[in-house]
Design a protein around this ligand. Sequence first.
Ligand SMILES: Nc1ncnc2c1ncn2[C@@H]1O[C@H](COP(=O)(O)OP(=O)(O)O)[C@@H](O)[C@H]1O
Ligand SMILES: [Mg+2]
Length: 362
Amino acid sequence: MTVFPLPPGSTIGILGGGQLGRMLAMAAARLGFDTAILTPEADSPAARVAARVIVADYADPAALRTLAGISQVITFEFENVPAAAAAELQRLGAEVAPATRALAVSQDRLEEKSFLNAAGIGTVGFAAVDSEADLLAAFQRLGPSLLLKTRRGGYDGKGQSWVRRSDDPAAALASLGNLPCIAEAPADFRREMAVIAARGRDGEIALYPLTESHHENGILRRTSAPAKGSPRLFAEAEKIATTLLIALEYVGVLGVELFEDDDGRLLVNEFAPRVHNTGHWTLDGCEVDQFEQHIRAVSGWPLGPTAAIHHVEMTNLLGEEAGAWEKLAREPETRVWLYGKRQALAGRKMGHVNRLSRLDGA
Ligand SMILES: Nc1ncnc2c1ncn2[C@@H]1O[C@H](COP(=O)(O)OP(=O)(O)O)[C@@H](O)[C@H]1O
Ligand SMILES: [Mg+2]
């Protein structure tokens, strides 16, 4: 049985081998932990900075047994890990954080929005769509233009498309593979925002400042942090994040994507039960970044300070943009983070830069 707080020298298992796993492993190493990565991908970004790597399918029983055997706690960097894999780890007696409930809820956009509304948190209007009749009913109830999304598996704007009432409903459903879908009313937002929230094993809560997100083609392009806003806006973001952490009995770092409407009210777009791209600014903008915070939380350590010490403009380096590393490295105000991905495919997140400036009022 794992006893918390975990002492340095313990091993933290991570499901997923992407850049989030890499930055988690780097943060864990700084606190004296080893990490063990389970990923189906050979030569992954996280694997190259971890003590142990298991290359196998997430559902591979032998791989899960090995990971459970060597890890004192197991976490995720990727929320589309099969729920069965997480359940199997728990059956094997592993400590899994965040709990698998958060994973299950966030994997299904319909369950996610229903859960949010049940917790008293606002979202855009939505409807389940499994057939043409459902889609027509959704137009009746929600309006003439809807964003149709697959319930599961979408990321970075993939698995979604706008549909108008005048479009052919069969073609719309077919364009998303005839998978179970959710139709959403358009969010008439002034800004997209995000908050990175953390909860420790003892229920302690720490929230990073609210940030502003800029997406292009469904992919995060830029985060500006901390965001400007009224005290009422900050209080609302805090209430949403706190409510969600408690409703999920959450342990770890949670990313919450928000829409700010023209009246300055916040709706939740979605949440991710993991460290999040909108929190990369904390690597250079805060004393304790989101990755260390997550490692602290799942290890039962006290949470660290979350106040901003710099203003940060975080820009993702997509595809070939990471090729500018030499020029970027010459900019004195710019911190360069590269993920070690071998192939710069178009639109792929290859790294990011944090450009620091003085905090307003500092
Ligand atoms: N209901 C909506 N109305 C308007 N824009 C939306 C809506 N839902 C999503 N978007 C836009 O698409 C982006 C990606 O959608 P999201 O649901 O966050 O999926 P993903 O999992 O791909 O991030 C959002 O950041 C936002 O810019
Ligand atoms: Mg999103």
